[in-house]
Design a protein around this ligand. Structure first.
Ligand code: 13P
Length: 251
């Protein structure tokens, strides 16, 4: 009942021309990836042009961040409704790189998530523990705090527009993927948290993505876990061939 979602987070890579070229290369490769939703998240400046390039395909567009106000004197920020205007269906919120380098907190994640959903976007809300937190056995308490804080005050209806991405910080860009069992353990924990917060039916339908060194070689094992509903892919999404291979994990 949960349609798998494979999202490519392009981070701070690629010019407009390179982004458009990547989508054009990707399109024929994922044409037959039935039963999977595919999302790409280019840099802000490429969104609109990439959206044009996705036309006639099933590829959806995401931004990598947003602000929580609709408009005003907020130099440098981008409002959710402007992302919608540029063609976005999704926005990534609270990525660990934003938490680490740009002062993102559970409070700002919460404001952004509410604003994004109110503007008609689906929010991909990221959570994940650092290596030190895992080694000191704080993984579950960290995730619980991030989920409770990031999703505080959302109605069940608003939450139906949220996708959760579990990205252990120690697995991002390191080549070290969480094992299938390690990822499944946290995904199951997250789903139980959602049961507590929003009820069983909502928890059964929310998609929980895994992110952190996902590659064509490990995606099948991860996706075969009962609570892993997709992937948020960094490095391997920057090449059409590897991203397409990940998108066709079920073929
Ligand atoms: P990598 O796939 O490069 O580890 O990045 C994961 C990530 O941060 C996706 O948001």
């Amino acid at each position: 009942m949960r349609i798998p979602l494979i999202a490519g987070n392009w981070k701070l890579y690629k010019t407009i021309a390179e982004s458009v070229a990547l989508v054009n290369e990707l399109k024929p490769l994922v044409e037959n990836s039935a039963g999977v939703q595919i999302v790409v998240a280019p840099v802000f400046t490429a969104l609109s042009r990439v959206f044009d390039a996705t036309e006639g395909s099933q590829i959806k567009l995401a931004a990598q961040d947003c602000y929580w106000e609709e408009e005003g004197a907020f130099t440098g920020e981008v409002a959710p409704k402007l992302l919608k205007d540029a063609g976005c269906s999704y926005v990534i919120i609270g990525h660990s790189e934003r938490r680490q380098y740009f002062g993102e907190t559970d409070v700002t994640v919460n404001k952004k998530t509410k604003a994004a959903v109110a503007a008609g976007l689906d929010a991909i809300v990221c959570v994940g523990e650092s290596l030190a937190e895992r080694e000191s056995e704080q993984t579950f308490s960290v995730i619980e705090k991030q989920i409770q804080g990031g999703l505080a005050g959302l109605s069940a209806e608003a939450f139906s527009h949220v996708v959760i991405a579990y990205e252990p910080v120690w697995a991002i860009g390191t080549g070290k993927t969480a094992s299938d069992a390690q990822a499944q353990e946290v995904h199951a924990f997250i789903r139980q948290l959602v049961v507590r917060l929003f009820g069983q039916a909502v928890a059964d339908s929310v998609r929980i993505l895994y992110g952190g060194s996902v590659k064509p070689e490990n995606v099948k094992g991860l996706m075969s876990q009962p609570d892993i509903d997709g992937a948020l892919v960094g490095g391997a999404s920057l090449k059409a061939e590897s991203f397409a291979a990940i998108c066709s994990f079920n073929s």
